[in-house]
Design a protein around this ligand. Structure first.
Ligand code: ADP
Ligand code: MG
Length: 514
């Protein structure tokens, strides 16, 4: 916005006669009455005056708000000028009062916020304030600007077009204004710039710079807020939505209370809760609430578990990331249910609500059962634990048609003198394209753990793999064995391609060794 100033007494010009407050011009040459009444003469004199004052705007037929000596026949314009003058006087008075109030005191109080005239309108305009480096997308950049010139390429370097008095430089007010308006498109998308871009709006440099600064600081501020929000989700997993869901569960009486956090992992946070009651189900006295984190980073590397799981395959492609996270929770529910049915010791599912899975708590009095890696067991118990794990893995494979896919001493708890399997959201069926590879990895973890723990009976990973799967994969070392597993997975994939459905891996012929 250009500054407006009311025409003062010094600005004597022929069109002052139209001003309600102006005095009659004294500089007009005396002429006859008919001449005085001639509109043509009046216009001519006006034009002469304008040309003398603004030689550079020759040819621009509708002068806009520029400053003193401007056309004042529009009521709106007059009103704006008066308002501006009023504001200026108000501000001057405010400044006087501010000075009086603060006096010589070292600590002063600013009245800035009460000013009428916007600070941007007060500041000095300067070409230097514009960041001319900002050329990400500039529809009024050199090429566009100079395309109207006679010799665009040659002129572009000179930074001006036209000849003599009609020269237009890149600093031309109108050109700069339009260029600034167009540059608003480069502001962050969330920064609303209104309809200005589509109008022939000429934005002065100082206004553009102020807007740009504002857009940058707004962008930084919103990024900070966003990060904070995301963080709260990832660190405590109790973003407002999760809190609301938990609150609803307590409100519905399913849970009596939600207590402290038991564990924070990469992908989930576990809370302890006191169970309430449900119409159709007995709710355990102590519950574990697994809240799957709503931040996606950690889940990205887990895509392979769910993407190729035929149970979820059809849905995977169409889902947004948040729904995929819910799918993890759903996957854990399905897998736990299968395990329950097979009688494998594992948490019992109470309910699933979006990304929140409620299950029975493995432990007592809010103290979770220790992980197998942390518990000190007698050699007898360790041996018993090993045989139990072997049996549970077999059950999981043959009865539940599942491979844990993250089985280690971290995901096995020791409770009431036996091993419990937990954390089965990533578990897949053996016919999953990488199901056997996952099983081999599980076997490696289990075998190494029990061998290190001194269980003499503990099989090596290859023996364990065959004992669990019922396959008879040959291979004297790990590398050979891994090659065989890959070949089996390939046969499995080919079979699915040909027959259109999954077969039983144990029925496939093991490829002969070279
Ligand atoms: P993550 O995917 O983050 O590893 P887990 O399901 O393994 O999640 O749970 C993390 C930890 O929370 C476990 O190691 C265990 O200590 C505790 N935990 C998980 N589920 C239960 C449960 N049902 N009862 C008791 N503790 C549990
Ligand atoms: Mg775990």
């Amino acid at each position: 916005m250009e500054q407006l100033a009311p025409p003062g007494p010094a600005a004597a010009s022929p069109w002052r006669s139209k001003c309600p407050w102006g005095s009659s011009p004294s500089t007009v040459t005396p002429c006859s009455l008919s001449d005085v009444m001639s509109e043509e003469l009046a216009n001519e004199l006006q034009q002469q005056e304008e040309n003398a004052s603004f030689p550079h705007v020759i040819g621009i037929d509708t002068p806009v708000l520029i400053g003193e000596g401007t056309e004042t026949s529009s009521d709106l314009l007059l009103a704006q000028m008066l308002q501006m003058e009023f504001d200026r006087e108000y501000d001057a008075q405010l400044r006087r009062e501010e000075n009086k109030f603060n006096g010589g005191s070292k600590v002063s109080i600013s009245f800035e916020n009460f000013r009428m005239v916007h600070p941007f309108e007060d500041s000095e305009s300067s070409d230097d304030e514009v960041d001319w480096q900002d050329t990400r997308h500039d529809p009024y950049g050199p090429e566009e600007f100079f395309c109207a010139a006679d010799k665009p390429a040659a002129n572009a370097k000179r930074g001006f077009v036209g000849k003599g008095r009609e020269i237009t430089t890149k600093h031309d007010e109108v050109t700069c204004g339009r260029r600034n308006t167009a540059r608003m498109e480069n502001f962050a998308p969330e920064f609303q710039v209104g309809d200005g871009i589509r109008m022939d709006l000429k934005l002065p440099n100082r206004v553009f710079n102020a807007l740009k600064q504002h857009s940058y600081s707004e962008q930084r501020r919103s990024t900070r807020i966003h990060e904070k929000k995301e963080h709260s989700t990832s660190d405590q997993a109790v973003d407002p939505k999760t809190r609301l869901l938990l609150y609803k569960m307590v409100n519905a009486g399913i849970l009596e209370s939600v207590n402290g956090c038991v564990s924070t992992g990469k992908e989930s946070v576990i809370f302890h809760a006191n169970g309430g009651s449900m119409d159709n189900k007995i709710v355990p006295a102590e519950c574990a609430i697994k809240v799957f984190k709503t931040t996606l980073n950690e889940f990205k590397h887990r895509d392979k578990y769910i993407k190729d799981d035929y149970r979820f395959k059809d849905r995977f492609g169409h889902l947004n990331p948040r729904k995929i996270i819910r799918m993890w929770a759903e996957k854990e529910l399905h897998n736990l249910t299968r395990m329950q049915e097979a009688g494998i010791p594992c948490p019992e599912v109470v309910m699933l609500k979006k990304h929140i899975l409620v299950m029975s708590f493995i432990g007592q009095d809010q103290v979770p059962a220790p992980k197998l890696k942390d518990v000190k067991l007698s050699s007898e118990d360790m041996k018993r634990a090993y045989h139990q794990v072997l049996y549970m893995m077999q059950q999981l494979y043959t009865e539940c048609k599942l491979v844990h896919a993250d089985l280690s001493a971290y995901n096995m708890l020791w409770h009431m003198g036996k091993v419990w399997f937990i954390d089965v959201s990533q578990s897949v069926e053996p016919t999953h394209p990488h199901g056997l590879k996952f099983l081999f990895r599980d076997c490696k973890n289990v075998s190494q753990f029990f061998q290190k723990a001194g269980v003499a009976d503990a099989m090596n990973e290859r023996e364990l793999f065959n004992a669990v799967s019922g396959l008879d994969v040959p291979g004297d070392n790990e590398v050979e064995f891994a090659v065989q597993i890959e070949a089996l997975e390939k046969i499995n994939e080919d079979h699915i391609q040909q027959v259109g459905k999954r077969g039983k891996i144990s029925e496939f012929e093991i490829p002969a060794q070279d």
